[in-house]
Design a protein around this ligand. Structure first.
Ligand SMILES: Cc1cc2nc3c(=O)[nH]c(=O)nc-3n(C[C@H](O)[C@H](O)[C@H](O)COP(=O)(O)O)c2cc1C
Length: 351
């Protein structure tokens, strides 16, 4: 492990190396998932809530969960041993600051500002109210990394998101993690630790990202298939069923619009599993008709997901590597053990 990686992991007294992080997936990553990941020696994130004022209740729940006695209890910590994600273009800074001040999550993860300068404003406010809270920013381009290096409030770590990632990512200027990450590592030149996100679903991907220079790895899609994810069973079944992400997933704003979500900055577009809505959209069916069919099926619950489903099934290009539902703690431990085995093996091979 690099010294940057060792230092980063050491900031989280419960975490072990290599640092495995569960992504702040809006709605799907709630307190149960985040706490389970941290409890297993990783770093769990709670995703942005639909309305920012819901975050106070969510953090209260996370705080109560971390205090629950179990044989793998988290150490008493000044900071909440989970991170929290905010989506800058839609979240409210005042309300978010109150939540951070009250619960002091160990990390705040910032994403998707309307203007890059907003990152400075948000970072300064959080640092003012909770000096121990780290600021991480997720980006998908080298231009954003360059801007962060010059920022008035540089982040404590940068998450480099490859175009393989599930959920929102760069709409048109994204790049696969294998090329993007090492170039970002060269650019940053040891000044700030980088984490890798996008397409990592097991120990092989995690080992590769660490070899490319990441100080930790972030997984989203893999944790959608965890016992603790807050996900409809129909959605989770589709994550297990879908394979060949090149064919079965795409980036499109269609599903956002069908769900009535608008306002994302134009640089972003989400990756998800293709279903009937997208196929019929490509065949020329009008949006109004697609919306009618979407809303009718959503009323039926689980049927809204699957090959014959019609609603958003956000997932990454690695969806074909996710074949079973597991406890989040087991996912963390298996990846950590696998990475240790693989990297030890490589080390041995060199000698
Ligand atoms: C269902 C889903 C929802 C997501 N929501 C968010 C979000 O609210 N904020 C954010 O910064 N990233 C979000 N992401 C992106 C993750 O932060 C991360 O970049 C991605 O999951 C990594 O790629 P992977 O899915 O291939 O592991 C989401 C990802 C997924 C799959």
């Amino acid at each position: 492990m690099s010294s940057l990686a060792t230092k980063l992991t050491a900031r989280f007294q419960w975490a072990s190396s290599p640092l495995i992080v569960s992504a702040p997936m809006r709605v799907m990553a709630g307190p149960a998932l985040a706490v389970a990941v941290s409890r297993a020696g990783g770093l769990g994130f709670i995703g942005p809530t639909i309305k920012t004022n819901e975050m106070l209740a969510v953090l209260k729940e996370a705080s109560a969960l971390t205090r629950k006695s179990t044989n793998l209890a988290l150490p008493a910590s000044k900071n909440l041993p989970v991170g929290v994600g905010f989506q800058l273009w839609s979240d409210d800074l005042e309300t978010a600051t109150q939540a951070v001040e009250k619960y002091k999550p160990c990390v705040v993860w910032l994403y998707a500002p309307k203007d890059v300068k907003d990152l400075d404003t948000w970072s300064r406010r959080f640092r003012d109210v909770s000096s121990e809270t780290q600021i991480w920013v997720q980006v998908g381009t080298l231009a954003e990394v360059r801007a962060l290096l010059k920022a008035a409030q540089p982040p404590d770590a940068i998450v480099i998101q490859g175009s393989e990632a599930g959920g929102h990512g760069r709409a048109s200027d994204g790049l696969g993690l294998f090329s993007l990450l090492p170039e970002a590592v060269d650019l940053v030149a040891g000044r700030i630790p980088l984490l890798a996100a996008g397409g990592i679903a097991d120990a092989r991907g995690a080992s590769a990202a660490l070899c490319l220079g990441a100080s930790g790895v972030v997984l989203g899609t893999r944790f959608l298939a965890s016992t603790e994810a807050k996900i409809n069973p129909g959605y989770q079944r589709e994550i297990i069923r879908a394979d060949d992400g090149a064919v079965s997933t795409t980036r499109t704003l269609l599903y956002n619009h069908l769900r009535g979500v608008t306002g994302w900055p134009k640089e972003y577009s989400p990756r998800g599993v293709i279903n009937r809505s997208f196929i019929e959209h490509q065949a020329g069916t009008s949006f109004d008709e697609l919306k009618k069919r979407h809303d009718e099926l959503v009323r039926l619950g689980e049927k809204a997901w699957g090959p014959d489903g019609r609603t958003a099934t956000y997932a990454g290009a690695s969806v074909g590597l996710v074949r079973n539902v597991k406890d989040a703690g087991d996912i963390v431990r298996e990846i950590q053990e696998g990475v240790r085995r693989m990297l030890r093996h490589e080390e041995g091979a060199k000698l």
